[in-house]
Design a protein around this ligand. Structure first.
Ligand code: SAM
Length: 223
């Protein structure tokens, strides 16, 4: 399997980034509604996925999106390779019905499992941080016929589409870097079409107010 370009391990980045950003100091998160955008009460909820019976969340972090979906009656498996995030997830959701928590690299997990799901989704998750040329061929065979691959991530800023490497640890000390994959809507559509998905639809949902950062939302189906 082709290696992802990185300096330091990507797990290190995620174990460092969230605590450093002060993003994970709060208590039990609100899972009353599935969110697809960076703004509360903006954009679609769980209905974005149709009516799957089973779903796999790739890059779930603490599994907030997956648990919100599970509470609508879907059987959800959440995969993330950050020990820090999975520890938080296990602390909150170990006894949650319909939720399975897996600490693993999504690429290894998808390559090794023979399970299939009605839906595979990335809610600002792994699809934002893995080369789609590597990820998409692993996702498609894991979908049931007619199954849905859905994703969201921040709206890329034109003209800087595609892979973007950035330091994850400030500009001093040990090199720690992460690659974000931010194809344009047209690039995503071409990628999904070329990798055999059907009914591809990738759009930008504008931010909550005029001029605010928007969200890329994508859906594509197994034939
Ligand atoms: C922006 S974050 C979290 C998104 C999450 N859905 C949320 O809203 O809290 C992206 C997550 O993807 C995970 N991730 C990135 N690449 C991964 C990979 N190859 N395998 C597993 N998890 C990965 C990171 O550990 C991180 O927790």
């Amino acid at each position: 399997m082709q290696e992802q370009p990185h300096h330091g391990s990507p797990e290190d980045y995620w174990d460092t980034f969230w605590p450093a950003a002060g993003e994970d100091t709060g208590g039990v998160p609100d899972v009353s509604r599935m969110r697809w955008t960076q703004y509360p009460f903006h954009g679609p909820g769980a209905e974005f996925l149709g009516e799957p019976k089973t779903a796999l969340e790739i890059g779930s972090a603490s599994c907030v999106a997956g648990v919100a979906l599970a509470r609508t009656g879907v059987d959800v498996t959440c995969v993330d390779f950050s020990p820090h995030q999975m520890e938080r997830a296990r602390g909150w959701w170990s006894d949650e019905p319909n939720v399975t928590l897996v600490e693993a690299d999504v690429l290894h997990y998808l390559a090794r499992t023979d399970q299939r799901w009605d839906c595979v989704f990335s809610n600002w998750g792994a699809a934002f941080f893995i080369d789609p040329e590597i990820l998409l061929p692993l996702v498609l065979p894991r979908l049931n016929p007619g199954g849905l691959f859905a994703f969201s991530h921040v709206e890329p800023l034109a003209p800087c589409f595609g892979p973007q490497i950035k330091y994850g640890n400030g500009y001093r000390g040990e090199k720690l870097a992460i690659v974000r994959w931010m194809p344009s809507n047209e690039q995503w559509t071409e990628l999904l079409d070329r990798h055999g998905f059907a009914n591809v639809e990738v759009t930008t949902l504008p931010g909550k107010e005029a001029g605010w950062v928007g969200t890329t939302l994508g859906r594509a189906y197994a034939r």
